[in-house]
Design a protein around this ligand. Structure first.
Ligand SMILES: [Zn+2]
Length: 302
């Protein structure tokens, strides 16, 4: 039986105070949900190793990496990150960047692969922000090109927030194209400049969203011909998301993911997916939303 490659690690969850906006158990919740709905029988599962400090210096300031490793962030740096440092947070941050990298390798081998984490797009060169410690999208892209796996990469970011860290880290890399479709009136207040930014108004519904999505996919391909796509399938575009301001429903979310996956499948361009953001007090509801891209991958590729 043909299977889809998934990447995950049992040490992705982090300890956080109750009522924190970020769901500390979202990675294991999602893994359990995928199992519960029977999707894991269609998956081959791979586990990453930790990235080294040296590897991370490709995209981050060494001093910043050491602060994460050793737990020596200043208070204002921790506030900007939005997460309290813990040994578990440090450990997961070094694992998850390589998780996305491993997912891209599997995507190149098989056409598609899905990371049960990733999409930490607010992480900048020398600081973390918006719950994002290290930038897995920038890290994986530069790593892949340096190691000669591919020449040109498209980062297609559909999280409701702009991929500001990714855009700024990759600013001078002409062989990596950053595209961000995001809500204009949302975090971060100060946006970076991606290769293609598509700003959405508040309360956009599924139908309107899908029209813009299709236009944007075609626009990207007019400007750039990637050998690999990294797709940030953030579910904070959902109408019930606590931080999103759009009005996309369950069906719209599934159609978005299926549209993106089938678009690149038709072009025979491999695609690696990351889960991106998603916010709900209801852990099960959140896991269900994040399971959408895995469902879409099965529908399109199996
Ligand atoms: Zn987001």
């Amino acid at each position: 039986m043909k299977k889809i490659s998934w990447v995950t690690h049992p040490q992705y969850d982090i300890p956080l105070p109750k009522n924190h906006k970020f769901t500390s158990s979202k990675f294991s919740d999602l893994y359990n949900e995928l199992h519960r709905i029977g999707l894991s029988k269609h998956a081959d599962i791979f586990v990453p190793e930790k990235a080294s400090v040296k590897d991370l210096t490709l995209v981050h300031d060494q001093q910043y990496i050491e602060k994460i490793k050793n737990g020596t962030l200043e208070n204002h740096e921790e506030r900007r990150l939005g997460l309290k440092w813990s040994p578990e947070l440090a450990n997961r941050s070094f694992l998850a960047v390589n998780g996305t990298f491993l997912t891209t390798i599997k995507a190149i081998e098989k056409g598609v692969a899905c990371h049960i984490a990733g999409g930490t797009h607010h992480s900048h060169y020398n600081f973390g922000s918006g719950y994002c410690v290290f930038n897995d999208l920038a890290y994986s892209s530069i790593h892949l090109i340096n190691k000669g796996f591919v020449n040109k990469i498209l980062i297609f970011d559909c999280d409701v927030h702009q991929g500001d860290g990714t855009a700024s880290i990759l600013n001078s890399h002409t062989n990596i194209f950053t595209c961000s479709i995001h809500c204009k009136n949302n975090f971060p207040a100060r946006k970076s400049i991606s290769n293609l930014d598509v700003e959405l108004g508040d309360n956009l519904n599924s139908e309107q969203y899908l029209v813009i999505l299709n236009e944007t996919l075609n626009n990207c391909m007019k400007q750039f011909e990637p050998d690999l796509v990294i797709y940030d399938a953030g579910v904070d575009i959902h109408k019930n998301d606590e931080l999103g301001k759009l009005d996309v429903d369950d069906q719209g979310l599934l159609l978005r993911d299926e549209t993106v996956l089938s678009f690149f499948k038709e072009l025979s361009i491999p695609i690696a997916t990351v889960i991106g953001g998603g916010y709900s007090k209801d852990n099960m509801e959140l896991a269900k939303r994040h399971s959408t891209v895995f469902k879409a991958a099965k529908n399109i590729f199996l």
